[in-house]
Design a protein around this ligand. Structure first.
Ligand SMILES: Cc1ncc(COP(=O)(O)O)c(C=O)c1O
Length: 412
């Protein structure tokens, strides 16, 4: 290509940028929320495709929750409700937060949102100024990255300690803090690693946040999904953390209500006021009648919820046991969430190469670890909550065959 051609191409790109009707907020954001889903969709015609790439519960929402929403709809609960959410729901949530999370708040400090997705978006929008840095533990949940960027923030990734079961290293976090650091994002239980952070790790993180006057934006979407009596601790319950934490939860995973789009955020009155400003401008409030379903979910019965968690645990045990039998694969036992995060670095292939090969040859969709950040490379993420036991078993049989036949890549 000659010089003048290159010059005119550059000019063209510049003109195209100038002509874009989109805001820089959009054109300058690399936000992407889906990894292997698109490629798996191309295989959708394969009737034997098994999806393990998405974190979508395969159960139906328990009947008593559906009934309550249907009843509310039939009873005429079809009008505008309180902006921050139905008062009875926020009162029930305040009681749940006190007894289940040791977070003591007034119902006015809660806003009901369209899933945790919206809670985190309005948190970033309310808290970040242009150029503010946000520390994100790597591997991370990719959706947070795009939202921070759209809100004008700059993502600073800090790895967790892969050699110590993906534990938080508060000293590594502290080393990344600058004058522009404004917040730390915590996902606990973690996606994609499945780690449930210990009291000691959370205290270390809290000390750093307090010392540097940072806000912690705490995604606890998997709070109820822990195994082997592992206890989930909300960081806002630690001393002096409530005032500087935005705690976010959802009905999404544990209650199999992902399509309902119901979550909530809890923070100091000042922060919730700020978040509500964004939220009410955007959607006014969450659908009125579905909030009655959430109220029923909080009232119980809880047996159907526990049955789903028990089934997830059986799937987890099966998946991790099988993965550890496959050549070149090792997998730690996740203590929470619905994901296994096996290490595949000994195969010599990148995680993206492997995910693509697995999809093409045995028709199982898994996610590449690199989708979750640089520290995720060398791993795959498989959702053990996405399929029944029998289908998970079939997927593991296919993966066993795949790894048994895989030639180890040459490392030059
Ligand atoms: C860590 C994490 N946060 C948030 C979400 C999205 O939650 P919701 O569907 O309630 O918006 C997910 C979904 O997979 C997730 O894994």
């Amino acid at each position: 290509m000659n010089g003048s051609h290159q010059h005119s191409l550059k000019q063209l790109n510049r003109n195209e940028r100038k002509m874009s009707r989109l805001s820089r907020r959009i054109t300058d954001t690399a936000a992407k929320s889906y990894g292997m889903c698109d490629q798996a969709a191309a295989f959708a015609a394969q009737s034997d495709l098994i999806h393990l790439e998405l974190g979508r519960p395969h159960y139906d929402t328990p009947q008593h929750i559906k009934d309550a929403a249907i009843r509310a709809l039939q009873d005429g609960e079809v009008h505008y409700s309180d902006m921050r959410g139905h008062a009875a729901l926020r009162e029930a949530l305040a009681r749940k937060l006190a007894s289940g999370n040791a977070i003591h708040v007034d119902p006015d400090q809660i806003v009901i949102t369209n899933g945790l997705t919206q809670a985190s978006f309005i948190a970033f929008m309310a808290l970040l100024n242009e150029g503010d840095e946000v520390i994100v533990l790597d591997p991370y949940y990719p959706q947070h990255i795009g939202k921070i960027e759209i809100a004008g923030g700059r993502v600073v990734t800090v790895p967790v300690d892969a050699g110590a079961g993906f534990a938080i290293r508060a000293d590594w976090i502290e080393r990344s803090i600058t004058a522009r650091t404004r917040a730390i994002v915590l996902v606990n239980p973690a996606n994609p690693t499945g780690r449930v952070y210990t009291q000691g790790e959370l205290e270390g993180l809290a000390e750093v946040a307090i010392r540097h006057d940072l806000v912690v934006i705490s995604d606890e979407v998997y709070e109820c999904i822990t195994y082997d009596q592992t206890k989930h601790i909300s960081i806002a319950s630690l001393p002096r953390m409530a005032e500087r934490t935005v705690s976010m939860f959802a009905f999404t995973k544990a209650y199999a209500m992902d399509g309902w789009r119901l979550g909530y955020a809890v923070a100091s009155k000042e922060i919730i006021e700020g978040m509500s400003k964004i939220f009410t401008s955007e959607v006014t409030h969450v659908n009125t009648f579905i909030q009655y379903g959430a109220l029923a979910a909080l009232k119980g019965p809880f047996e159907p919820i526990q049955a789903m968690i028990d089934a997830d645990q059986r799937n987890r045990d099966l998946m991790v046991r099988q993965l550890n039998r496959m050549p070149h694969v090792t997998c730690e036992m996740p203590q929470g969430s619905i994901y296994a995060f096996p290490n595949i670095s000994r195969t010599g292939y990148s995680s993206q190469q492997l995910a693509e090969q697995i999809l093409a040859s045995v028709h199982v969709a898994v996610e590449a670890g690199s989708f979750y950040g640089a520290a995720g490379e060398g791993h795959l993420r498989l959702c053990f909550g996405a399929q029944s036991y029998e289908v998970t078993e079939e997927a593991m049989d296919r993966l066993s065959r795949f790894f048994a036949a895989l030639p180890v890549a040459r490392r030059d």
